[in-house]
Design a protein around this ligand. Structure first.
Ligand code: FAD
Length: 454
């Protein structure tokens, strides 16, 4: 137990679901606060999304509920879209020399490949002795509220080790850290049932080779769409990208490419293999690749409809973490998107740990409900679609969390570096990972990290 935490705090038995970045930092913070922690992890190792799997699911579109499930959505060539300085946990920098003991292959690049992130998370779990808290190959299949604010967690071992198939265990609180990049979101396309080509979701994209000499249409141009379209253009015959953000009228050629065009959204698809766009143009297409994001999905959670997922809004949640009517026993770490994930998970975890121990107070249920309603109204008034409820572009939220936990706000260099990289990503999507001008911010970050590095 952390000696700085007073001993009069309540220690609770807490279940954490998932041992990805969120579950790891949540379990560290919960244990630091004096709670008894059990982490349930379906796979046989830590890292979640960052455990690359070259296999793909049996349904490449990812909609058949009986398909074989693969958790990670990483593609082989993936490099981080954040520089390592802003990507790591705040008190455990993702620094080049963090843990170079010669045992693992390290990737010193500022925007490293995915294996380096997995190395970092494994080091984090090792250094804080978190694996002793984790029950691997154990899938949570049901979480439900019992009387007296207790929670039942029903789980099964993926490889049955004798005894019962399912086991029930009672907890004081459940912290959901199961990730949200597994359940594909698919755009409805008129005429698609008769269209003869192949469809896949980017969740099942690994390497460009299967697309050699093909005409490929990608829907969506967020980070994965950007990376994948450029990668396929190197081997494919033609690449077309349809996005609701391309509204310039006729298709335009992607700068620097002879075989890539940007289009408005799809109007219809046809039996002869053609796809017609809203701008009136049409092309023959072999494969449609949906880069249309993911749905929040909690198949194990039973709350009598107190918490629902409606048009990709998980709610009602106070500050994206606590459902007012079920707080503090149920909480979610890691829902916000378009953020600096790891350090945000860290703050959310400190908040949850402190609330559960009684060190930090929540407002009353009525006040939390009123706050959530006011937030939803604000989004609606600003014309923000419900599905973007958890998109957070600024540092206001994390600084609010830090203040609740008695932590200083985000470092100035982190804010400025994030802004610089965001701009660069937009203007130089192909080179932002290897060319930069914010060396002065890197130096400030490194100076700051000295207090944490051995
Ligand atoms: P996950 O990493 O998904 O972990 C969830 C864990 O929960 C998994 O281990 C899973 O097996 C387990 N689990 C799920 N359900 C159950 C169950 N019922 N029972 C038991 N265990 C369960 N972030 C960045 O910071 N930088 C990047 O460059 C970046 N690039 C990305 C690129 C892609 C293609 C994707 C998909 C995401 C990227 N992210 C990036 C975001 C990344 O997902 C987060 O950084 C972070 O890793 C999410 O951690 P998590 O713990 O919330 O979820």
């Amino acid at each position: 137990m952390n000696p700085q935490i007073p001993s009069n705090l309540t220690s609770r038995k807490v279940a954490v679901i998932g041992a990805g970045a969120a579950g790891l930092v949540a379990s560290r913070e919960l244990r630091r606060e004096g709670h008894e922690v059990v982490v349930f992890e379906r796979s046989d190792r830590v890292g979640g999304t960052w455990v690359y799997d070259p296999n793909v699911e049996s349904d490449p579109l990812g909609i058949d509920p009986s398909r074989s499930i693969i958790h990670s959505s990483l593609y082989d060539s993936l490099r981080t879209n954040l520089p390592r300085e802003t990507m790591g946990f705040r008190d455990y920098p993702f620094a080049v020399a963090n843990k170079d003991d010669g045992k693992k292959q390290r990737d010193p690049r500022r925007f490293p490949g995915h294996q380096e992130v997995l190395n970092y998370l494994e080091d984090f779990a090792f250094d804080f002795q978190l694996t002793e808290l984790i029950r691997f190959e154990t899938e949570v299949v049901h979480v439900g509220l019992l009387e007296e604010n207790k929670w039942v967690v029903k789980y099964r071992w993926r490889r049955r080790r004798g005894g019962a198939d399912h086991v029930d265990e009672v907890f004081d609180a459940v912290v959901v850290c199961c990730g949200h990049y597994r359940e594909p979101n698919i755009t409805e396309i008129p005429g698609i049932d008769l269209w003869p080509g192949k469809q896949i979701h980017s969740h099942n994209y690994r390497v460009p080779e299967p697309f050699r000499d093909q005409v490929v249409l990608l829907i969506g141009n967020s980070v994965s769409g950007e990376d994948i379209s450029r990668e396929i253009a190197r081997v494919g015959k033609e690449v077309h990208v349809a996005s609701r953000y391309f509204t310039n009228g006729m298709p335009t050629k992607q700068l620097g490419y002879d075989n890539m065009w940007l289009h408005s959204m799809i109007e219809s698809t046809h039996e002869d293999g053609t796809v017609v766009f809203q701008d009136g143009s049409s092309v023959f297409v072999d494969v449609i690749l949906h880069c249309t994001g993911y749905k929040y999905y909690f198949p194990f959670l039973e709350t009598n409809n107190i918490v629902t997922v409606d048009d990709n809004r998980v709610g009602p949640l106070y500050k994206h973490v606590f459902p007012p009517l079920l707080s503090p026993g149920l909480s979610f770490i890691g829902l916000p998107r378009k953020v600096l994930p790891f350090s945000l998970f860290e703050l959310q975890s400190k908040w949850v740990a402190g609330v559960l121990s009684g060190r930090i107070s929540l407002p009353s249920q009525e006040e939390m409900t009123a706050d959530v309603e006011a937030f939803y109204l604000k989004l609606e008034t600003a014309g923000v679609p419900k599905r973007h409820t958890h998109n957070m572009m600024d540092f206001q939220y994390r600084d609010w969390l830090a203040a609740e936990c008695g932590f200083p706000p985000s470092e100035e260099w982190r804010k400025r570096m994030h802004e610089e990289v965001r701009k660069k990503k937009k203007t130089q999507p192909e080179t932002y990972r290897d060319e930069w001008e914010d060396q002065h911010l890197i130096l400030q970050a490194q100076e700051d990290f000295r207090q944490y590095l051995p």
